[in-house]
Design a protein around this ligand. Structure first.
Ligand code: ZN
Length: 311
């Protein structure tokens, strides 16, 4: 597929590699047939981890293996096709004790920035979809346990035949820049160490994206913004978000922090940020995140900074 013309190209987790082949999902035998075919490539998710391998010093990828007999009894999700091969994700939480402590198994947060495009998008899709299955086992209409259908892309209620679709929670994340071209960074409650980031928050029902940006900034730091401009977006399956990145111009500089959410916030010139990163008084988000890419977009170059520790 053609890449869109984005201000932030190549965001981690955002590549389009798999042809999802939604047209095949209605076949009720699809997964059973693919899991009986040794040509199928299977990504096994255990908890929130997948096995990662690096072949001959190349780019790391997720381990994709032929199906094994035990997969037939596990939650399976048809991811699509790549290079003419079917890709299926299998949730193998029965292996948790075996995988625990095995250094080959990684979370998407820890390895997502380094994975090849196929591995990153397959892992992100698997995590987002499996998180939804784990949290939506009952019908919201009548409470009956639901069952996966459409090759893992919906859940269906056997009592009232209602179909339930995976949800994606939209969140806006934005660089707020003042008239002197300084960026606003904030430390949310619960950030580790000296971590600071751009502001972010969930889009509310009935709200446009630009309105969500303006509201979140006003609520969290008391600043009015204008010129809200889209930068790019990134799946963020922790557990089910889509991060929509923006930049916005501040109409003032006086900060009024929302104490329940924001522990600290301040404006940084480029020189001030370089100094703060160098002396360790500020640590920014990891390379996997759109947060860091938004800060680097404002800065004009990749940042030389360790990363906020990840699980
Ligand atoms: Zn129902």
């Amino acid at each position: 597929m053609p890449a869109a013309d984005l201000t932030l190209p190549g965001l981690p987790l955002s590549a389009t590699v798999l042809d999802r082949r939604g047209d095949l999902r209605a076949d009720p035998q699809l997964l059973a047939r693919l899991l009986a075919d040794p040509a199928t490539r299977v990504l096994r998710l255990v908890g929130d981890r997948a096995a990662v391998e690096t072949v001959d010093g190349g780019v790391p990828s997720v381990v994709l293996t032929p199906p094994e007999p035990a997969d037939a009894g596990r939650l399976a999700l048809f991811l699509g096709e790549s290079d003419g091969r079917a890709h299926v994700a299998v949730v193998a939480d029965d292996l948790l004790e075996i995988v625990d402590g095995d250094p080959a198994w990684h979370t998407l947060r820890s390895v997502g920035a380094d994975l090849d495009d196929l591995g990153a998008s397959a892992f992100a899709t698997t995590l987002a979809l499996s998180n939804w299955h784990r949290a939506h086992g009952h019908c919201p209409r009548c409470g009956t346990p639901t069952a996966p259908a459409l090759a893992g892309w919906i859940r269906r209620c056997p009592a009232d035949a209602s179909d339930h679709y995976p949800r994606t929670d939209m969140a806006v994340i934005m660089a707020v820049v003042d008239a002197d071209d300084r960026i606003l960074l904030a430390r949310g409650k619960g950030f580790r160490g000296n971590g600071m980031s751009v502001l972010a928050g969930f889009v509310e029902p009935g709200e446009s994206l630009a309105a969500a940006v303006a509201r979140e900034v006003a609520e969290e730091v008391g600043i009015e913004v204008t010129d809200v401009t889209y930068l790019g977006d990134q799946p963020w399956p922790f557990p089910s978000s889509l991060m929509l990145g923006f930049t916005a111009k501040a109409l003032g500089t006086e900060l009024r922090l929302q104490e329940e959410e924001i522990e600290a916030a301040r404006w940084f010139s480029r020189d001030e940020l370089v100094a703060a990163l160098a002396d360790g008084s500020v640590v920014v988000s990891g390379r996997v995140s759109i947060s860091r890419r938004i800060i680097e977009h404002w800065f004009g170059a990749p940042l030389d900074s360790p990363e906020i520790p990840l699980r």
